[in-house]
Design a protein around this ligand. Sequence first.
Ligand SMILES: Nc1ncnc2c1ncn2[C@@H]1O[C@H](COP(=O)(O)OP(=O)(O)OP(=O)(O)O)[C@@H](O)[C@H]1O
Length: 246
Amino acid sequence: MQAATPPALLIDGTATIGGAPLFGPLRLAAAAGRITCLLGPSGVGKTTLLRLVAGTDEVTRFDGSIKASDDMPVPGRVALMAQGADLLPWLDVTANVTLGARLRGTRPDAARASDILARTGLTAHAHKRPHALSGGQRQRVALARTLMEDRPIVLLDEPFSALDAGTRAQMQELGARHLSGRTVLLVTHDPGEAARLGHAIHILGADGIETVAPPAAAVPRPVDDAGTLEVQGRLLARLREQGAAA
Ligand SMILES: Nc1ncnc2c1ncn2[C@@H]1O[C@H](COP(=O)(O)OP(=O)(O)OP(=O)(O)O)[C@@H](O)[C@H]1O
């Protein structure tokens, strides 16, 4: 489904809102074709960072640079899956998945939409509206819409939150499979999710970025992989220490 090799993403700078520091100076690289997970306490600026990369933040001042390793512009090559499924309630699944093309005033690629619906297990729900879907199904629609955009850089903001543990694990596997080969920056509050999916794992804190070595196993890692559980525990301990220090 994906043609060109995606670029790495390089973020280097300082963010302020209304003159007050938010984060930085920080340097964060999301490696080409890999999943980079970003954890950190609430309010530290993770969503803001994703919006800055996507070019959709209108209140934050960012002094520095957000670049792709191939020096081509970033925002037009980014798909952002925002927090919450964020579906339009009056549109059915197919129309929600093809929303990007409609907003751009272009004809959606129906064959491609149908293929993505099949691959995300949504074919039987194609004509349902969001109120008739479970939380997990709505998240799948949001993921399908992100895949429909077919961008080399994908930003995911707590994509699988609010799902039960079993559905969340399934969604992580689905996401890892379908996003394979793209440059993914994934914000999550879940240390287990970062340990399963991260080729690289960072914690954004008040004092900057801390990098935690990922488990050795291939992504997506099994939920009961010993190395994954060990990293999950280490991440939780670090997040607790940061919370206690805040
Ligand atoms: N439009 C805005 N105007 C002013 N301040 C804002 C605006 N949007 C976000 N902020 C502030 O920026 C800070 C960072 O918010 P952000 O949503 O990026 O944090 P976060 O780390 O993603 O938090 P969470 O994990 O709870 O989602 C918060 O203190 C928030 O109040």
